[in-house]
Design a protein around this ligand. Sequence first.
Ligand SMILES: Cc1ncc(COP(=O)(O)O)c(C=O)c1O
Length: 463
Amino acid sequence: MGRSFEFTPVKPAAPISTPNREIRTEIPHPEDRDIVNTLRRGEPLSMSGQPLIVWDKAQGVHVYDRHGNKWLDFSSGVLVTNAGHARAEAVEAIKQTAEKLHHSYCFPNAERAELIAYLLERCVPDYLDKVFLLTTGSEAVECAIKIARAYAHTKSGPNKDYIVTFSGDFHGRTMGSQMAGGIPALKDWIVHPDPCMINVPIPDGFRGQDISFEGFLQALDRQGVHPERIAGVCLETYQGGTAILLPVDYMKKLRAFCDENEALLIFDEVQAGFGRCGKMWGFEHYGVEADLIVCGKGMSSGLPISAVMGHSKWMNIFPPGSMTSTHTGNPICCAAALANLKLLVEEDLVGNAAGLHPILEERMAHFEKKYPDHVGRAASIGLVGAVQMVKGRGSLEPDHDTAFEIVKHCVENGLMLFAPVGTGGGTVKLSPPLMITADQLVEGLNVLEAAMDAVCVPETVTA
Ligand SMILES: Cc1ncc(COP(=O)(O)O)c(C=O)c1O
């Protein structure tokens, strides 16, 4: 289990004041203790994992508390506010809709229609033609699994039922999505997992995994799964704890495998989608087509909305009324999502993520060189970075304590990060809003480097 942050106000060594960061008081501010205590008393322990800054306001790339402190945001909440926090266009769209319509279940509403039309025209690849709106990423993953299996059954009967997913992948915390995930420690509670949901090794090459497609076939063989019985293969485009793209050759072979075996290839783009990877969809880096795209997070930059996108051949298999959700296409969420997507497209924030990537990439390489006793790997794609802390040079064992101290130090110095993630909680994750500028990105990376200097022993540099 990860460490939890204590409410222990810390005075800054000197007040921090830049256009992006203001730390004028103890952090967290002592007056916020009551709010934190109320939450600690009333919420389950599981809710206590994040730094204890009470967010009062967030705008653009900045987060504020009630006491004049200001953070440069490298969290985007949790990779959600891709277009920036509370952008004026989104605020206006939310206000206008909130004044007239909060809910219409599956009855038509104009906001849903506008969003669907915009998604199909500007975001969804040409070869897919349907979008089903939901609320959370987990729900969308569950829905994609349901579609893949039901579609497979129409082709070959109920024996075509395997869902193949990857070790270390995270797909959500509801029963089906957690079962699909590949992190055993999160699945203990399930006890009787679906025998037809299996994991194969992730070919990211970090913890000694085979990166050849042979490894995929061998893993099926070992588990006694005949390819023809596979209904769907579902994967995170990049793993949240690593920010590493998988080998293109592997992905092309996986695509061909799915075609040969009439299995749907499902990309979980809940994190990777909507520009985070410097392309509208992260899987575009692989040059392959998706059969189903699962997305959420960055879709609205804040309001709860997610989606499954696919082709009508499989999206239409459920008759009217049997694939719905109470809050599907909520008009306020749809209005927010539309405003957000227009910002992503019209301000070319996807291009900004791609354009700024070299800055992130260069610093990741620098971290690997500078802290070889602590950094197992530091990688990035677009505007997502992952610094994997390990217990010693050459070790593969995640170092949660060090990652935790780095995050704490950053937050105390005006850089907002969420708690470490990934296998063993060893990864410091960087995910600023995509509207960030080069100067802001560099400022944040400098704060991170100062935190790493404070917590890690750098390699002695010889002249
Ligand atoms: C790749 C991926 N899939 C699915 C989910 C689940 O999304 P949600 O928390 O909205 O249910 C997450 C959440 O972090 C995720 O990162």
